[in-house]
Design a protein around this ligand. Structure first.
Ligand code: MF3
Ligand code: CO
Ligand code: CO
Length: 261
């Protein structure tokens, strides 16, 4: 069953997702060669608790950390560790969740570590654009398949591939609610989008082939061909004419643009 949220519930979901957005912007200040993903996790957990919320992933199905940090060919669900020290030219997807007032926030951004190659930068730019194309379809009266179709069309037009096994999802009192939101699909198929539905759209786009494999840690998902993979995620409320985007990358962009000036 796909739940319809009231206007008040959507405001609470906005608060949770805004906090995640601000947490990712805080992390942006620390993402550079030499930082461990464990340190990022500690910064995120402290920031979330200081703002009156709790980490949303910690303990979820036994997950041990606040963040998922997925480096280079890792697609999603990489586990932060003291042993993972970011290096110049790498990319890292940072996925963060909170729970506050009983509602989840869930947002992710793929960061460059120092300077990255033009090839890798294009993968990030395109994946972020895929997400925006998906968000443009997330309006009342369209269908879930319209979102996936928009994402897939752009990704494949650039020669990239779309991970199929993991999908976006509804968001609310639970981290993962109906409907599933695949990043591939056909126009006009799937559940109809109605005002008040809240979903996370989260394309996972591989530079090489779409196949993935799970690492022995039981969580980390990696591109089977070991080529780079990117992941961006926003939470949106379905509305008439235009999606109401509950998370934002604006705070992150502000930090990143300050750095390059
Ligand atoms: N944040 C992921 C998603 O976007 C889910 C992470 S579940 C965890 O849906 F247990 F790994 F944290
Ligand atoms: Co997420
Ligand atoms: Co999600």
């Amino acid at each position: 069953m796909i739940l319809i949220k009231t206007a008040d519930e959507i405001e609470l979901l906005r608060k949770s997702n805004q906090l995640v957005s601000k947490t990712l912007a805080e992390l942006a200040k620390y993402i550079q060669p030499g930082v461990s993903t464990e340190r990022l996790d500690q910064i995120a957990e402290a920031f979330i608790r200081d703002h009156g919320a709790k980490p949303g992933f910690l303990g979820y199905q036994g997950y041990p950390k606040t963040l998922c940090t997925s480096v280079n060919s890792e697609v999603v669900h990489g586990i932060p560790s003291e042993k993972v020290v970011l290096k110049e030219g790498e990319i890292v997807s940072v996925d963060c969740g909170v729970i506050m007032n009983g509602f989840y926030g869930d947002t992710a951004f793929s960061f460059e570590v120092g300077e990255v190659s033009e090839r890798v930068r294009s993968l990030l730019t395109t994946t972020r654009e895929c997400l925006i194309r998906g968000v443009e379809q997330a309006v009342e009266g369209k269908r879930v398949g319209d979102i996936g179709h928009a994402v897939q069309t752009l990704a494949e037009s650039k020669g990239y591939s779309v991970v199929r096994e993991m999908v976006g999802h509804g968001l609310g009192h639970h981290l993962h609610e109906a409907p599933e939101v695949p990043n591939y699909g056909r126009r006009g198929i799937g559940p109809k989008l109605r005002k008040g539905m809240v979903i996370c759209i989260e394309p996972m786009i591989n530079m090489g082939r779409r196949q993935i494999q799970q690492e022995p840690d039981g969580w980390t998902i990696r591109a089977a061909d070991n080529l780079p993979s990117a992941h961006f995620e926003l939470a949106v409320a379905i509305d008439k004419g235009k999606a109401d985007v509950l998370s934002t990358f604006e705070y992150i962009d502000e930090v990143l643009h300050k750095q390059s000036n």
